[in-house]
Design a protein around this ligand. Structure first.
Ligand code: ADP
Ligand code: MG
Length: 234
């Protein structure tokens, strides 16, 4: 995909992103890393068009991320699953397809089955989110994001509330999707996953992009800041 971030500043009470600019082309899996509070979630929300930057513009594949057309092409998986608690995993998917994509009940049901199966959730399809494990709920969130057949999938620390075994389960499921040609922009604190999965890495500190490049930058950081970060996460 092609990402163009042009002089983006974002302010809540203080500047959370300060004059961020970046142009990337030809990468499929872009990772955002950095300590907590560095602005990763803010930047990923802006890239997904979920929020409007205080100033500056972002286009992905030549499309303004705030356009309605773009919104239909992306899926987002958050830190904690945001499945509807009163709906089964399957209904969580099929209802979205009926409401937002005008699928018939039958089509929506078939699509939901298909993506639940891809995420190995066939047995859990008719359970409520509270009756499945955290890993299964996150995989259902992924299935839901996938079901709208997005071109880009955004992941904001999808495993941060999971233990190592469930983390592995979810990340393996994500890895399996790479070959399907989807683009990913993701945040994770699992550095081994970044090394395996990302083809581009963006390191942030205090609302700025401090270093970016191929995953090699994790082995050979140029800045003291990334060196120090890698020292802590290893
Ligand atoms: P990260 O994902 O790297 O931990 P965030 O983008 O969540 O960083 O946060 C960056 C900074 O912006 C933090 O200081 C955080 O407290 C602040 N922040 C994030 N979201 C909001 C918000 N909705 N309102 C006010 N401050 C926020
Ligand atoms: Mg965050």
């Amino acid at each position: 995909m092609k990402i163009n971030i042009d002089s983006v500043t974002h302010t809540y009470d203080v500047d959370v992103l300060e004059d961020v600019s970046l142009t990337l082309e030809g990468y499929q899996c872009v990772a955002l890393i950095g300590v907590s509070g560095s602005g990763k979630s803010t930047l990923i929300r802006l890239l997904a068009g979920l929020e409007k930057p205080s100033s500056g513009t972002i286009t992905i594949d030549e499309q303004d991320v705030l356009s309605e057309e773009y919104k239909r092409k992306i899926g987002f998986v958050f830190q904690k699953h945001n499945l509807f608690p009163h709906l089964t995993l399957k209904k969580n998917i099929s209802l979205i397809l009926e409401k937002t994509r005008n699928f018939s009940k039958k089509e929506a049901s078939e699509k939901a089955d298909y993506y639940l199966e891809i995420m190995h959730l066939k047995e859990q399809a008719n359970k409520l989110p509270k009756n499945v494990s955290g890993g299964e709920a996150q995989r259902a969130s992924l299935a839901r994001a996938l079901s709208i057949e997005p071109q880009i999938i955004f992941l904001d620390e999808p495993t941060s509330s999971l233990d190592p075994v469930l983390t592995h389960e979810v990340l393996t499921a994500v890895e399996d999707l790479r070959d399907s040609g989807k683009n990913f922009i993701f945040i994770t604190h699992v550095i081994s996953f970044v090394k395996d999965f990302a083809d581009y890495v963006i390191y942030m500190e205090k609302g700025k992009i401090v270093e970016h490049g191929s995953p090699d930058i994790l082995e050979n950081p140029k800045t003291e800041s990334l060196k120090e970060f890698m020292g802590k996460v290893r």
